[in-house]
Design a protein. Sequence first.
Length: 471
Amino acid sequence: MIMSRIEARSPEDAETTGDLVDLLLDGLPAEAVLTDSDVTASYANDMASFCPAGTPAVVVLPRTVEQVQHVMRSATALRVPVVPQGARTGLSGAANASDGCVVLSLTKMDRILEINPVDRIAVVEPGVINAALSRAVGEHGLYYPPDPSSWEMCTIGGNIGTASGGLCCVKYGVTAEYVLGLDVVLADGRLMSTGRRTAKGVAGYDLTRLFVGSEGSLGIVVRAVLGLRPKPPEQLVLAAEFSSAAAACDAVCRIMEGGHVPSLLELMDRTTVKAVNDLAQMGLPESTEALLLAAFDTTAPATDLAAVGALCEAAGATQVVPADDAAESELLLQARRLSLTALEAVKGVTMIDDVCVPRSRLAEMLEGVDRIAEKYRLTIGVVAHAGDGNTHPTVCFDAADPDESRRARESFDEIMALGLELGGTITGEHGVGVLKKEWLAREIGPVGLEMQRAVKQAFDPLGILNPGKLF
């Protein structure tokens, strides 16, 4: 029903496209409306593999809330789909264009409107870069914890749209836990405010949480009130080497069961360690089957590291190396930060999965990925936010080889099936987008799917907001 309403007035028609551009220019400066096909094509997709993308009719770069409202009123009038975008660093195809759509790029709305140390909040526009916000609040002795791997490029709006995570989630949680309130432009151009800027608030349904992770399918976030924390002490890092992934996962279980609260608990398997060595000659032992990195930002991090080091040794660590200072800690973390770049260098193209399982079943997940890699004759490296059970099996393949590409896609799906079998979820932080929408239906079931579609219908009855994503 939703798709048929859009298709009834296809914006691919030249007349409709002309009407659309004219209507947009009535409320937008000329430089904010891009129609050159070579330029608009560059906005067609995010960073996900195997995700189809259409051809946009126009790309719009608004700078104000009123301009976003004008775009949505214009799109509603002509029944034209609108695809919101941030920096397009996503890994699920959620920002991919549909044919004849308006790509609504929010990167020009990049102001930090307020930093309030008393209320411990920041008020920002959606185009603010994650790292820029982190540095700005740091000058006030504050901390914005969510830190996706792409934090130097990704935007807060994109983080909200995909409910992104990062390395620090084991202690501080994901983006959803820091979004207190939103201003959202609805499909018909109306502006709605949700949530609060107070420390507490339970008035009505929690619509703020509903928009977090909705991938732009319910409304356009134009302002966000974000919770902040006091800036923690500098963290210290420990690296522990293991002769098996199972032993490293055992150490993770011991650390969490022991009540420890690391600021970071990351795992790299042997394939990833080798790839990092090949790329950067970091000198990591080739005999390492799994490398575990733990960090603490407490007032006595050395004491915490010593306790965790002992647990790693009890689990069978062959070597435990605690850092003495921040510089040495940064050196230890460098290998983890290079992981995805190194795996991409193996074959040139990667598919990055995002399966999250209960911590207690992390070893089964890694063992299963090994079997899948062998079955499909592929290189699949795993990096994991081990403290969350959030794994990123990364399939390396040659996109120019049709058979290898087929095997890559089949292995990717088998990894998601494994995650569900282990009581997990198909996505911990990357979102559903195009890549995983068939798997979303399997995870939530027919009743859950029916209710989610009903929510979509309530907010977007014409189905013009990011159609074809999620379900």
